[in-house]
Design a protein around this ligand. Structure first.
Ligand code: NAD
Length: 499
């Protein structure tokens, strides 16, 4: 059995708490590793040595820091297959999807190579006689990131890239469900030249998270995960005077107008609804066709596409559309929600409950599900399912469809499919959701824009990656300087009469 510990001061170390948890291969259901769960004392020790290492890294010029990230990008590309394999083995997503996970993190690291430009600060020449004023962006010191299971490469990189580029030391507390890739990322960063102690990977659960919240040296926390935990960390972190940004769950609506290209809309819905088994915070989980005819036409297009989906292990190669969900508990919860949908009166048009895969009976696979006639009171509409379940809610008008997306407590992403620019513009301007797609089902912004949801999907005032990340991981110091005039004229040698 593989034993996974932590990455502390530039090496893998075994956990000392005596507490461990199982790491599964979701495709087979087997326990393939055990990961240590850090104690408060282990977390505090990791922070203390990060704090000792940080001043030198913070004082290293930004271009040299960026060069470490530049080499990290090269190494990520070199080891792409290895990283993707380790990721798929613990998460269950297909290999192309796992490569996408690494790639979307890598792109943020590429953006961070521009740190010297992003950290330049501001300067006002001659704010007064002989007076200049300038603002510097300085690192915070030791900062922490707490990340979810569903993107074990991308989200740690979204956090560590900007934090390190800005000169901070970074404590990463990854998900205990798939801890291998974060440890591999730490090894690659060391190979790229990151000094020891600047990145510490501390595996753990609530005890490690609470230790981060209670540690006075930790200046900032970036969290991604479910909304109840996001809210908990945001409230406690802010109360402790830390800078905190927390990104939570989602229920992303896609509105399909009667003028939309129905084939395109159906293709988009299948990819965005079932890709990665629905375990994406930007997955589309609600389809809202406008008008009964649109709804009927969409169902007609969706059903054959969904029935053709291939569900299987990542080892089956590129032929698989999506893999298992992450744990047996996740599977249980998703199937429980499907039952509630049936009980509460939604029409189960595609039923994946009896799905079984020969040779993988113990794996955490779930067949695709499609519900029609879902209404806003149902649990399958109100809750984030985070599985391969798409719900269709029928709307009578554009305004009714817009209101559905606006009234939902989550506000991460949304999309509209239409041929009408006026409707699209109106939707983008009015909807109270952080990321909007127009004929794009999963509108994940690229690295140089920022990523963040509204309402219960995001707590805090700055987004992830893009320029916001450089604001989040630095604080501003403003200097007003005045130099007395006259020295450059040299000394005076003549006797001057009194005026
Ligand atoms: P999760 O909330 O269970 O776990 C996230 C992190 O919090 C993990 O590191 C975990 O160890 C820790 N944690 C779990 N329970 C805790 C507790 N009681 N106290 C303190 N820490 C705790 O989330 P998950 O299941 O790993 O990830 C899926 C969720 O993440 C979904 O809700 C998804 O929508 C969300 N997500 C959001 C975004 C976004 O950018 N908005 C991106 C990816 C995932």
């Amino acid at each position: 059995m593989q034993e996974l510990g932590h990455w502390i001061d530039g090496k893998r170390v075994a956990g000392a708490s005596g507490r461990v948890t199982d790491v599964y291969n979701p495709a087979t259901g087997e326990v393939q590793a055990r990961v240590s769960l850090a104690s408060k004392a282990e977390l505090d020790a990791a922070v203390a040595s990060a704090a000792a290492a940080q001043p030198e890294w913070g004082a290293t010029n930004p271009q040299r820091r960026a060069r470490v990230l530049m080499d990290f990008v090269r190494l990520l590309n070199r080891d792409m297959d290895k990283l993707a394999e380790a990721l798929s083995r613990e998460h269950g997503k297909t290999l192309p999807d796992a490569k996408g996970d690494v790639q979307r993190g890598l792109e943020v690291i590429e953006f961070c190579i521009g740190a010297p430009h992003l950290l330049k600060g501001e300067f006002t020449d001659s704010a007064g006689p002989g007076i200049d004023m300038y603002s510097m962006r300085q690192p915070l010191g030791v900062v922490a990131g707490i990340t979810p299971f569903n993107f074990p490469a991308m989200i740690p990189m979204w956090k560590m890239g900007p934090a390190l580029a800005c000169g901070n030391a970074f404590i990463l507390k990854p998900s205990e469900r798939d801890p291998s890739v974060p440890l591999m990322l730490a090894e690659l960063l060391q190979e790229a030249g990151l000094p020891d102690g600047i990145l510490q990977v501390v595996n753990g659960d609530k005890e490690a998270v609470d230790a981060i919240l209670d540690n006075e040296t930790v200046q900032a926390i970036g969290f991604v995960g479910s909304t109840p935990i996001a809210h908990y960390i945001y409230s406690r972190g802010c109360a402790a005077g830390k800078r905190v940004q927390c990104f939570g769950g989602a229920k992303n609506h896609m509105i399909i107008m009667p003028d939309a290209d129905m084939d395109q809309a159906a293709d988009a819905l299948v990819g965005a609804g079932y890709g990665a088994a629905g375990e994406r915070c930007m997955a589309i989980s609600v389809a809202v066709p406008v008008g009964e005819r649109t709804a009927d036409a969409l169902i007609e297009k969706l059903v054959p596409r969904i029935e053709k989906l291939k569900v299987g292990p990542y080892t089956a190669g590129d032929d698989v559309d999506y893999g298992p969900v992450v744990t047996a508990e996740a599977r249980q919860r998703i199937l429980g929600l499907v039952e509630s949908g049936v009980k509460q009166g939604a029409k189960l048009v595609v039923d994946g409950r009896d799905f079984a895969l020969q040779g993988y009976e113990e794996g955490f696979f779930i067949g695709p599900h499609l519900f029609d006639h879902v209404t806003p009171e149902m649990d399958i509409y109100r809750q984030e399912i985070f599985g391969p379940v798409l719900s269709q809610v029928r709307a009578n008008s554009y305004e009714e469809a817009l209101k559905l997306a606006m009234d939902h407590e989550y506000g991460n992403g949304t999309a509209i499919f239409t041929r009408d620019g006026d409707t699209a513009r109106d939707f983008a301007a009015r909807v109270n959701v952080g990321m909007v797609g127009i004929n794009v089902p999963i509108p994940v912004p690229l690295a140089y824009h920022t990523f963040g949801g509204w309402k219960k999907s995001g707590f805090g005032d700055l987004n992830q990656h893009g320029p916001d990340a450089f604001r989040f991981y630095t604080r501003t110091k403003t200097v007003t300087s005045r130099w007395p005039s006259g020295l450059k004229e040299g000394g005076e040698f003549h006797f001057r009469a009194m005026d």
